[in-house]
Design a protein around this ligand. Structure first.
Ligand SMILES: Cc1cc2nc3c(=O)[nH]c(=O)nc-3n(C[C@H](O)[C@H](O)[C@H](O)COP(=O)(O)OP(=O)(O)OC[C@H]3O[C@@H](n4cnc5c(N)ncnc54)[C@H](O)[C@@H]3O)c2cc1C
Length: 389
């Protein structure tokens, strides 16, 4: 049986970055994933799954040498972020306000994963098992044994980074608290009439938010929140019909679209694991928390988990403690649970306030947005929080 310091199940954006950060501490890592990401080619159309990567996440990806590979493939920086319901309460955040060159980048999830896997291939202390699936996990004598389809692995800890429907979380018997939202979201990749944009924006409509995330050139990823029945109807349209609907429904700021390339509907769920640690099993990323994607914070929270876990283990190693003891690992949960909960609750409060149809609430929220726009102190604090700095 092969022995490691740490087995990570899930080599997505969060699991793969965790493997690289822990490898920097000299730990021997086994990384398991059931699917290999498709190799990148510049002529490929944009993937539907993209993420708004915050400045804090960019720094983490730089520290594990993945950022340059991402830039060499495809990414789109944005310097401004617009939010509004009524035009008179339009609020815009600008990277100049916090002395930064940009606020973040829109990057396809697969490209982030590929850049991380390129680095993993250069690391002698990370072994990748893919495609592989977990058949069983067993915690014995202070160790974890993982049975894969073709072999058995053994380690001091097991990190679950296998996404929102985490099999490891379920096998460990860790429950979750959460709910399905009343609405669904549709992601639509389009060709825009406007050229390359440096802004990402979100308008709150009575039927739910709509958003534009810039992709390279005259391309964009649109997000359309609506009732589940309307998202079902939109899903049944041809790309040409959907193009028509987008041009009629989306705000003028979009500047119109020429065509729809791809579309996909997503359920909106909130799920928070009741504990992040069970014996030698640790949850990170969406396996621990999945959040309303309203403000594009999901993977950014996952990257914060990665950094917190690395810091806790590094401090333990540096001070001669047993880095895989429960007292050390429980510090990770202490550091992350409240921060994740705060972001989840803030997003829900935002979503709740902007979904309310009462004219009083409507007037209060638009006054609130106008006030934020006028107060540079509040504005810059909100912006720094969203950027993770
Ligand atoms: C519509 C939508 C829009 C979003 N937009 C944003 C955004 O703009 N910004 C943002 O920060 N976040 C966004 N998110 C959230 C973001 O996509 C997730 O937070 C992120 O993908 C979580 O990363 P992860 O690595 O934890 O999990 P995942 O991305 O789910 O990766 C899990 C990995 O584990 C592997 N795996 C799963 N099960 C097993 C198993 N049993 N054995 C082995 N391997 C397994 C999978 O193959 C995969 O590689 C959005 C989410 C949605 C639904």
């Amino acid at each position: 049986m092969k022995k490691y310091d740490c087995i990570i199940v899930g080599g997505g954006m969060v699991g793969a970055s965790c493997a690289l950060t822990l490898a920097q501490l000299g730990l021997r890592i086994a990384l398991v994933d059931k699917v290999k990401p498709k190799v990148f080619q510049a002529e490929q159309p944009f993937d539907l799954r993209v993420s708004a990567i915050s400045l804090a996440s960019e720094y983490l990806l730089e520290s594990i040498n993945a950022w340059n590979s991402i830039k060499a493939m495809r990414s789109s920086p944005y310097r401004r972020l617009g939010v509004w319901e009524n035009e008179h309460a339009y609020t815009e955040f600008n990277s100049n306000d916090i002395n930064q060159q940009h606020l973040g980048h829109i990057v396809e999830n697969r490209i982030i994963q590929l850049a991380l896997w390129q680095q993993i291939a250069n690391q002698s202390n990370i072994e990748l098992f893919c495609p592989e699936s977990v058949i069983n996990i067993d915690q014995t004598n202070n160790e974890v044994e993982v049975t894969l389809e073709t072999k058995k692995l053994n380690a001091k800890i097991l990190i679950a980074a296998d996404g929102a429907n985490s099999q490891i979380r379920q096998q460990a018997g860790i429950g979750t608290t959460g709910w399905d939202y009343q609405q669904a979201a549709m992601l639509i990749n389009v060709e825009t009439q406007l050229g390359q944009q440096e802004i990402t924006w979100q308008q709150f409509r009575p039927t739910g938010p709509v958003a534009m995330l810039p992709l390279q050139g005259n391309h964009a990823s649109l997000v359309w929140y609506h009732s589940k029945s309307e998202i079902n109807r939109l899903s049944s349209l041809t790309n040409a019909q959907l193009c028509n609907d987008v041009n009629q429904f989306f705000p003028e700021k979009l500047g119109g679209i020429k065509q729809v390339f791809a579309k996909g509907a997503f359920a909106l769920t909130r799920k928070h694991a009741n504990q992040y640690l069970q014996g030698k099993i640790i949850l990170i990323g969406d396996a621990a928390h999945s959040i309303n994607p309203l403000a594009g914070q999901g993977v950014n929270l996952g990257f914060k988990d990665v950094l917190a876990l690395k810091n806790v283990i590094a401090t333990a190693i540096g001070t001669g403690q047993c880095w895989y003891s429960e007292s050390v690992l429980s510090q990770y949960e202490k550091l992350r649970r409240n921060d994740n909960l705060l972001m989840m609750t803030t997003m829900d409060a935002f979503y709740g306030v902007f979904s309310h149809s009462s004219s009083i609430v409507k007037s209060i929220r638009n006054t609130g947005l106008s006030l934020i726009n006028k107060s540079s102190l509040i504005k810059n604090k909100a912006l720094a929080y969203a950027c993770g700095i």
